[in-house]
Design a protein around this ligand. Sequence first.
Ligand code: GCU
Length: 584
Amino acid sequence: MLYPKLNAYRELVGLDGIYRFAPNREDRASGDCWPDGLPVNALELAVPGSWNEQLRDLHEFHGEGWYERDFYVPASWGERCVFLRIGSTAGNARVWVDGCLLGEHIGPHLPFEFELKGGLKSPGAHRLTIAVDNTLRWMSLPPGQARRDEDRAGFGLGCPDVPYDFFPYGGIHRSVQLYAVNRDHISDLSVRTSLDAGSGHIEIAGKIRTRETGLRMRVEAGAYGVESSVEGGTVEAKLTIPSVRPWCPADPHLYKCVCTLVDESGTVADEYVLQIGVRTVEVRGNELLLNGEPIFLHGFGKHEDFPILGKAWAPAVAIRDYDLMRWIGANSFRTSHYPYAEEMLDMADRLGFLVIDETPFVSLSERVYTDACREQACAVIRELIERDRNHPSVILWSLANEPYIESDAGERFFREMAACAREADPSRPVMYVAHESPQQNRGAECFDLIGVNKYFGWYHETGDIDGSLHKLTDILTAFHLQVNGPVLLAEFGADAVAGLHSDPPVLFSEEYQADTICKQYQHVRNLPWLIGTHVWNFADFKTAQTINRVGGNKKGVFTRDRQPKLAAHTLRQLWNDTDAKPTR
Ligand code: GCU
């Protein structure tokens, strides 16, 4: 799915801003709610934004929220195709214009769009209504509730009672946009690149919407260009760039590729510019290779989380996060535990960060290993890959975080997800992030590599960092032997309350967190099949209220408002110290 862009042939209207809002607290059916207009006493909310931290009364609202605003279709769009695109909503969404249902999108964190037709795109004023259902459900993907209603004993539940360690924000979390293209236009482009003896090869497969014949697509990257015929709504273009500058963290060079759709008369019908990084990524033996060279990932598991904004995309926060990751010496991050905003990946392309792109499948267990859920999971994997496959920064697909895979059904579920990802994108390795031990990860060997989360000194061998170092090596080795390939230490660390200091270091102090990270990193860094260490987490983040979360998860090396703890300075030294500089 292409990201909307403004140019000489494409028009774009942003629909971010203040919306009218009403929570459906009576669990009404949609017909009884407000597709024909919100109540006069509607609230106001910002989009993009989560609702939970904007208004006090919505902090623990985990149901269906109704958004509404007016918008205008310009008179000049009369003969054009007009689309409404929403970057993501948390939870499922239904969209109306002027009370007419455009459609529904199932699942959070990924974009969707609907075409406006007939009277809905007539010039003038229209009403947009978006119902976002963030109800926590037992069988949703990911599961929304830790326990079934009938099993809820009450004691020890979180508020809300979710099976994962981050807050289930609700809202419209990325931009809402209206865009117009000509009747004949480029509807999708898929890029693959390869390297060969100093030359770069770019292959572009395009989907073209047209009722005409004789169209052609021209692809130009600087002095290099090619023109191909559109056949049956598809087009293939292949380009070779001699003496290519391969994309890599040290030189994230992007080639501006102008794709121009031309009709039989030579008139330009559409244009779309791709910023293409020519690079390859592969697993070979126990190594992760970028452009044929071994790489080592220094970085973090992150969250999309910031005060008041909740999970909403905010450019200023992204600028700050990349600046801090550069400062600390990180070269990568994982989009834990769900797909992040497209704009975050555009920045990684430009800045040269390596991204592990993760699905929303966190904490999967036996309950969801059904045929129906597997089909839904594969649909989400295809949606994610169709959105992100053109980003050179995306080097790995991570299909899940901390699943329990102990049954035939679970093993089949994961084998089929891996096959689905490889079919959708044969160009990138596929992994997932495991916890516990190999016994709870049946079928892991069908992945190209594996991530492992381990918290020795914290959840295990609490307080005993030094005494448990060998156990960290042992469990990583066990997973390496299971997959017979590379391992990423995907999460390790400790909670630290900023400003809490102790000598000797004790749990929750900044010193204890720094010690944990430093000693465990130094202990495993030179394992020959380890391809990286990602500290958990980049920053403190909001979680459900539970008795072991003091205002959220404090494993960040930065605070939630992005101020450094002692561990940030320790990591900066480790990752920037020439002695520790990775030789691969
Ligand atoms: C798990 C999980 C994280 C969680 C972390 C923790 O490994 O993947 O989502 O936040 O542990 O408990 O801090």
